[in-house]
Design a protein around this ligand. Structure first.
Ligand SMILES: *Cc1c(COP(=O)(O)O)cnc(C)c1O
Length: 429
């Protein structure tokens, strides 16, 4: 494949935008080479500036669960735009989306819309601190909750990819209030809770992790976490920016059967427009301004275009919940194909899968936390990534990211992907 125009566009972008991109992982630093510039996309396919067609396994990093340029979303946004793009005043569509989201997700009464997953998680933590009148939080190594200061402590994906788990610019003062535990290791949480008795406001977790590859929570771990938080008066925050409206109508809470105290959303909830949200039962949400004392605001929050896209997306998912099942089946099919090909080739690997999230790790050991994810062979991953790209398959350009399947992918696309892996295998040994 030729990427002449993408490379030229990247060179031009680098003159005016730091690193040529507006979010680091897009720059291909972890895998080498120049990033691909997209011209347009439809369904399961990306079309780049050089005219190549790629089968897309990122779906804008998760939001486009029904495929690119999904008609109901495009129509909703187009119609809304004709009536004005922003007012900074209340609109009816905000309540419609709130009502729909609250009806789909268990255990939440009220929801506040923001503009990104980062904002959602940052605000959820402020709310948890305000509600509990405590300062410290616990997060897990390899979990990503956006780029707010408090979270840039072993933050997974982007941050890990660049070998800078602790970013310069994050103060010691901020870092000291973020305690770090290990995923799937309840003991590591218990120790922190014991050593910081009565000081912890919240534990924030990706209930199914997607920012160190796809990592599945062990049952005893996630159940134990819930019990521990309840016993200690700590709020359990589920960061469902990735899993919300992806694993099921109700997200990880519903799928895992665990109630969280605060839930954050992003990605799917915006249907491809910039939306984030956080939600909880009324008692907690009542602490939020203007009802309560915890401040949080946004000029473009609840933006009508973004709300209409989110509404069209959630409405589709709500009326066709069998989509989650069929997506999980497609993901299982891909998993089986990858198993077949990689086993036959004798390449050490792990495939982790949950619902429509899946990741491939080039290591012989099970991947269940950040440490085991980091053991993956990055050299093999680079060859795998570029090999698949050459076959027209677009995978996340980092070994620390989950793939997101979308409903537009056909079984023929999946077969094409498995056949591509067969061609790439000789490069991996
Ligand atoms: C993507 C992501 C975020 C951050 O969302 P942005 O919209 O990129 O700010 C937070 N948490 C998780 C789990 C995510 O996957």
């Amino acid at each position: 494949m030729q990427y002449k125009r993408s490379s030229a566009l990247f060179a031009e972008a680098k003159k005016y935008i730091p690193g040529g991109v507006n979010s680091p992982v897009r720059a291909f630093k972890a895998v080498g080479g120049d990033p691909i510039f997209v011209s347009h996309a439809k369904g399961a396919y990306l079309f780049d500036e050089d005219g190549n067609r790629l089968i897309d396994y990122i779906a804008s990093w998760g939001p486009l669960i029904l495929g690119h340029a999904y008609e109901p979303v495009i129509e909703a946004v187009t119609e809304k735009a004709k009536k004005g793009t922003s007012f900074g005043m209340p609109t009816a569509i905000e309540t419609e989306l709130a009502k729909l989201a609250v009806s789909m997700v268990p255990n939440i009464d009220k929801i506040r819309f923001v503009n990104s997953g980062t904002e959602a998680c940052m605000s959820a933590i402020r709310l948890a601190r305000g509600f509990t009148a405590k300062d410290k939080i616990i997060k897990f190594a390899g979990c990503y909750h956006g780029h707010a200061d408090a979270f840039l402590i072993q933050a997974g994906s982007g941050a890990v990819t660049f070998g800078s788990p602790n970013s310069p610019g994050v103060t010691q003062g901020t870092a000291k209030d973020t305690l770090l535990a290990d995923y799937n290791d309840l003991g590591s949480v218990e120790k922190l809770v014991e050593a910081n008795k009565g000081e912890i406001a919240a534990v924030i977790i990706e209930p199914v992790a997607g920012n160190m590859g796809c990592i599945i929570p062990e049952k005893e771990f996630i159940e134990g976490l819930r019990k521990l938080c309840t016993a200690e008066g700590i709020l359990l925050v589920f960061d469902e920016v990735m899993t919300g409206f992806r694993l099921s109508r109700g997200g990880a809470q519903e799928t895992l059967g665990i109630d969280a105290d605060i839930v954050t959303f992003g990605k799917v909830i915006g249907g491809g427009l910039p939306v984030g949200a956080f939600a909880a039962r009324s008692e907690i949400m009542a602490y939020l301004a203007p009802e309560g004392p915890v401040y949080q605001a946004g000029t473009l929050s609840g933006n009508p275009l973004a709300m209409s896209a989110g509404y069209a997306m959630l409405h589709s998912l709500n009326s066709k919940p069998e989509i989650f099942e069929s997506l999980a089946e497609k993901t299982h099919y891909l998993h089986q194909g990858f198993d077949r090909v990689l086993t036959a080739a004798g390449i050490p690997y792990q495939v982790n899968r949950f619902g429509s999230m899946i990741s491939v790790h080039f290591t012989a050991e099970p991947v269940k936390d950040f440490k085991s994810a980091a053991k993956g062979n990055n050299d093999t991953f680079k060859r795998y990534f570029h090999g698949m790209l050459e076959q027209g398959i677009y995978l996340p350009p980092s070994a620390f990211e989950s793939y997101f399947l979308n409903d537009a992918l056909s079984y023929q696309d999946l077969d094409e992907t498995i056949a591509a892996l067969e061609k790439v295998c000789p490069l991996l040994t």
